[in-house]
Ligand binder design. Structure first.
Ligand SMILES: C[S@@+](CC[C@H](N)C(=O)[O-])C[C@H]1O[C@@H](n2cnc3c(N)ncnc32)[C@H](O)[C@@H]1O
Length: 422
């Protein structure tokens, strides 16, 4: 049995002095969260999502009520929800436009509980609608049999004819899941790809009453989302804290005038990328154009060209060992843009306050990259000091499987690096 340091306090000075991680279990350190999908945390599926326990640990340890927290890689908004539940303000930024659809549902700023009867009425309208919505994606037909595509286009047509309120957003969120399930795209894994099994599955259900299955799935998911929203609303209804969110924004160039009390984030993984590709189907159904999707794809870390090289002792030792030029380019871009994004936020961090960065140690070209150590060395040169490094063994956090992966067992741990601004 693993001997976790359950009493790990922030003052684990031995570990800090030795610059070695302290083994903890965030699930056990934050026992009040027993289900990682509690409240609205589970309504959107998102790869490499934070477990809320890590976020809660940081919020409780390093912030106070009414503080401002920033997350430059907000993904599905885990930090934003935890911040709001604990009465902190939050700035959430992500390249993925989806953030703009997730936040209003996840942290419902409504006047009263949503009504099931109203949702039902709107769903009936969608099911009977004659409107058609055709996503602007030349490749769409590749993902669907024509019958299913036609029906989905009708449902989305109905959804888009509704007044665009919370109910319409709930129906969109449910339709996204339905649109992936009733497609050739594998719906059990994050990556967008067609598989033989999925094709066989779709061919099988085409022989059945799939229209009824599609309707039932839509109604069930929409109802579940409404329940989660109402539960969350009950917890946050008194709370007037702000959430400023910026989906579709590159955090390497994001600037804010707001002074920040804490940074809590999990940057993308070195080789576990392609978030935008993963969400293509969703983005087109939501109405984004090919040009808009291309625009954000080009800014995705680490698929850009670094403007210059990041130098730290660990990275400088690693660099010559990477023999594959493509992988080297990914490595350089990763550290250049991720450091830039973190630096933009740390520039606004008040003195004495903390930056909490949650990362793995992935392998690239078969070589392990001590990501947290590289960030530590980089920010030590920029007025930050080490305050903690915690290692958490991964239990379940669905990551991407990289192609040509020389690390078949995947990562075993993730690390929470805590820096303090001087
Ligand atoms: C590990 S995920 C964050 C998941 C998040 N912590 C959660 O709980 O849902 C990393 C995120 O970085 C985003 N990302 C990648 N490149 C970016 C960039 N240039 N600017 C802002 N966000 C970016 C991806 O879209 C992805 O959502």
């Amino acid at each position: 049995m693993t001997n976790y340091n359950l009493f790990a306090t922030f003052e684990h000075s031995d570990f800090v002095e030795k610059r070695s991680p302290l083994l903890v279990s965030f699930r056990e350190l934050v026992p009040e969260i027993s289900n990682t999908n509690y409240l609205t945390h589970g309504i959107y599926y998102y790869p490499a999502k934070f477990i809320p326990q890590v976020v809660r640990f940081c919020v409780q340890k390093f912030t106070q009520k009414n503080d401002w927290i920033i997350d430059p890689f907000a993904g599905s908004g885990t930090v934003a929800l935890e911040a709001n539940l604990l009465e902190r303000n939050c700035i959430a930024i992500d390249l993925n436009y989806l953030l703009n659809h997730i936040i209003p549902l996840k942290i419902p700023k409504i006047q009263e509980k949503l009504k099931y009867s109203v949702l039902q009425e709107k769903l009936n309208f969608v099911l009977q609608s004659k409107e058609i919505f055709k996503p602007q994606w030349s490749n769409l037909a590749y993902w669907y049999p024509i019958e299913m595509l036609n029906l989905l286009q009708k449902y989305w047509g109905g959804q888009k004819s509704l007044p665009q309120d919370m109910y319409a957003e709930i129906i969109a969120a449910a339709l996204l899941k339905v649109s992936k399930y009733f497609s050739y795209a594998e719906h059990k894994t994050p990556k967008l790809f067609r598989s033989k099994q999925k094709r066989a599955f779709i061919e099988k259900i085409l022989q059945e009453n799939w229209q009824k299955q599609m309707q039932e799935m839509l109604l069930n998911i929409a109802s579940e989302i409404l329940v989660a929203i109402n539960e969350t609303f009950a917890k946050i209804r008194q709370n007037k804290h702000q959430i400023l969110y910026f989906g579709g924004v590159d955090s390497a160039s994001f600037q804010t005038s707001q002074e920040i009390d804490c940074l809590i984030t999990s940057p993308p993984y070195l080789q576990a990328q392609e978030y935008i590709r993963t969400f293509k189907l969703d983005l087109y159904w939501l109405g984004y154009s090919e040009a808009e999707v291309k625009h954000i794809s080009q800014m995705e870390i680490p698929y850009r060209k670094a403007h210059s090289l990041v130098h730290t002792p660990t990275l400088d030792l690693l660099r010559p060992k990477i023999t594959n030029p493509k992988l080297l380019q990914i490595l350089e871009a990763y550290f250049f843009f991720t450091c830039k994004a973190l630096e933009n936020c740390i520039a606004k961090l008040k003195k004495g306050r903390k930056a909490c960065i949650f990362v793995g140690n992935p392998k690239i070209d078969g070589i392990e990259v001590e990501t947290w150590r590289i960030f530590l060395e980089y920010f030590e040169e920029k007025n930050c000091i080490l305050k903690g490094i915690y290692e958490d063994r991964i239990q379940s956090r669905q990551l991407f499987k990289a192609r040509n992966n020389k690390n078949p067992e995947g990562m075993k741990s993730e690390f929470l690096l805590v820096l303090e601004k001087q």
